[in-house]
Design a protein around this ligand. Structure first.
Ligand code: HEC
Length: 198
């Protein structure tokens, strides 16, 4: 499991994955897509709990630490439990380990096109069985939208005006941070799941 799955991500992400427009359409792919959706929801619930309690008890600086330490261990447990690699990716990563591979980049760009065509991030998912280098994988992605500040604190750490106490800490931890300057309604990134079918 290379990527880490920050707690921050999930704090108020609406999960209503519409899988209708995913493709790769055989029964095996559909079964794994339903499983992936369930995994994302379960993960969301656990991480959201961690994030909310830390935010409440100790504020955003400690919550940053939760993102980089607690979340990866939860992601690892989930990946092992479900026999799938669970991670997040984005076109503008804060942590470079979350940068997309070629397939993910293609899907993220499609999500941007779908956004431009008027679709909502919370309705976007995509899955496909991908064969590469003699290996067969089921791959699933579910877009993560950027909610307005009255729905979730995401913009405090990813928005256009970030409090200096937070941005100083982010500068220190993530010198290559690209994940700032977002506005509500944009696509922050996506959950990405890979399951080996070999
Ligand atoms: C307390 C600050 C904070 C808040 C609030 C926050 N994030 Fe983050 N976010 C981070 C940090 C730190 C990382 C990098 C984690 C890592 O090292 O993988 C991150 C990473 C991410 C990533 C992974 C891709 C990347 O850029 O590395 C996504 C997606 C993401 N956040 C979405 C969200 C969403 C959606 C919300 C609101 C539900 C949110 N974040 C709220 C700090 C925050």
């Amino acid at each position: 499991m290379k990527r880490i799955f920050a707690v921050a991500v999930i704090c108020a992400m609406p999960i209503s994955a519409s899988l209708a427009d995913g493709h790769g359409g055989n029964d095996e792919a559909k079964k794994y897509a339903a499983e992936s959706k369930a995994v994302v929801m379960e993960f969301f619930k656990q991480v959201k709990g961690e994030m909310q309690s830390t935010m409440k008890a100790s504020g955003p600086i400690d919550t940053i630490e939760v993102c980089s330490k607690t979340a990866p261990s939860i992601a690892k447990a989930f990946s092992e439990k479900h026999g799938m690699t669970v991670a997040r990716t984005t076109l503008k990563p804060r942590n470079p380990v979350n940068a997309p591979d070629a397939w993910e980049e293609k899907v993220l760009k499609k999500f941007e096109e779908r956004l431009a065509a008027g679709e909502k991030p919370e309705d976007m998912a995509f899955f496909e069985i991908v064969e590469a280098d003699g290996k067969k994988n089921f791959r699933f992605m579910k877009a993560i939208g950027m909610p307005p500040l009255d729905k979730a604190p995401c913009l405090k750490c990813h928005g256009e005006s970030i409090d200096p106490t937070i941005s100083t800490k982010l500068d220190e931890l993530y010198p290559e941070d690209k994940a700032r300057g977002y506005k509500a309604g944009q696509i922050r990134g996506a959950f990405t799941i890979t399951k080996s079918l070999d």
